[in-house]
Design a protein around this ligand. Structure first.
Ligand SMILES: Nc1ncnc2c1ncn2[C@@H]1O[C@H](COP(=O)(O)OP(=O)(O)OP(=O)(O)O)[C@@H](O)[C@H]1O
Length: 297
């Protein structure tokens, strides 16, 4: 459905994206994850041919997007990161206008999704709150039931209820054979909905993997508090545990994989409290680099 070949975009001296090779199949939800400025928006805009690459190419449905195929464009739904709406139109009129531009008269899907997201289509776009504007953007991307959905940070500004409905709609779209590419800063969002995740850092695709693999292989930071000071050696000996630091009654460490043995050992030492931090993107990326280098040497 989607294939990029050495896709590169430069803005003056800034390389926003370099040598991206990516393939996404029908029925797949692919999440593009990365910090600010990593190149996510650039990638998605290249995919929908809003901007053209410096080098490399994008194939959608087996066809080069630069070929300007109207047929291929009809099969794509896009939610831009910087959503612009006609503020004087109501949601219903705006959706009708956009559907008309695509020769798509049936608004049933749009109305159903608006209802699920709790979006009032009778209000003018200019009167809508940020989150409700975002919902309208989501609905216009979905409304013609495109084969490919390209969504730039779709959950941004949505309340938890609307996020859950959005994620459900994304899953349903893929389960019906459609393809979804979406971007986010947040790993936990990927966990709920993506089949595979690509991590972009400084314009490079650093890792592509299933979410479960990324998480299972990531180092998790744990902090234990005990009722009396403990010996760090107990923790050092547990497989997968590293970077143990002790400060009074508190022990901090990082652990890869199963935390069962570590937690059991801690429980036997007068444990008062334990906190666990989600591995962040940078940590996951660094783990991968570390592992790759240790394979090479
Ligand atoms: N039109 C432009 N002109 C010049 N530089 C640009 C332009 N668009 C993007 N860039 C630069 O390209 C890089 C990638 O930007 P991009 O918007 O793709 O990142 P992003 O991952 O979507 O970031 P964010 O999460 O903040 O939206 C950044 O360094 C950005 O400053």
């Amino acid at each position: 459905m989607v294939r990029t070949e050495r896709l590169t975009k430069r803005y003056g001296h800034t390389t926003a994206l370099r040598d991206l090779d990516l393939e996404v199949s029908g029925g797949e939800v692919f999440g593009l994850l990365g910090p600010n400025g990593a190149g996510k928006t650039t990638t998605l805009r290249l995919l929908v041919d809003l901007i053209r690459p410096t080098s490399g190419r994008v194939l959608l449905f087996g066809e080069d997007v630069a070929a300007d195929s109207v047929e291929a464009r009809r099969r794509v739904g896009y939610l831009p990161g910087n959503l612009a709406l006609y503020d004087d139109l109501t949601g219903a009129k705006l959706l009708k206008l956009l559907a008309g531009l695509r020769n798509h008269a049936d608004l049933t899907v749009a109305h159903r999704l608006a209802e699920r997201l709790d979006l009032d289509l009778d209000r003018r776009a200019g009167e809508l709150s940020k989150g409700n504007r975002q919902k309208l953007g989501v609905v216009q991307a979905f409304q013609h039931q495109p084969d490919l959905l390209v969504l730039d940070e779709p959950a941004s500004g949505l309340d938890p209820f609307a996020q859950r409905e959005l994620h459900a709609a994304v899953r349903e779209h893929a389960d019906a054979g459609g393809t979804v590419l979406f971007s986010s800063h947040v790993l936990s969002e990927m966990e709920q909905v993506a089949d595979r995740v690509g991590i972009l850092l400084d314009g490079r695709l650093a890792v592509v993997d299933r979410v479960a693999n990324l998480k299972a292989n990531a180092l998790r930071a744990l902090t234990f508090t005990f009722d009396t000071p403990v010996d760090a050696g107990v923790f050092d000996r547990i497989p997968g545990v590293r970077d143990v630091t002790v400060s009074g009654c508190t022990v901090a460490c990082r652990v890869v994989g199963n935390v069962g043995e570590l937690v059991r050992a801690a429980a036997g030492l007068g444990l008062v409290n334990v906190t666990s931090a989600e591995p962040d993107l940078e940590d996951i990326f660094l783990d991968y680099v570390e592992k790759r280098e240790s394979h090479v040497t």
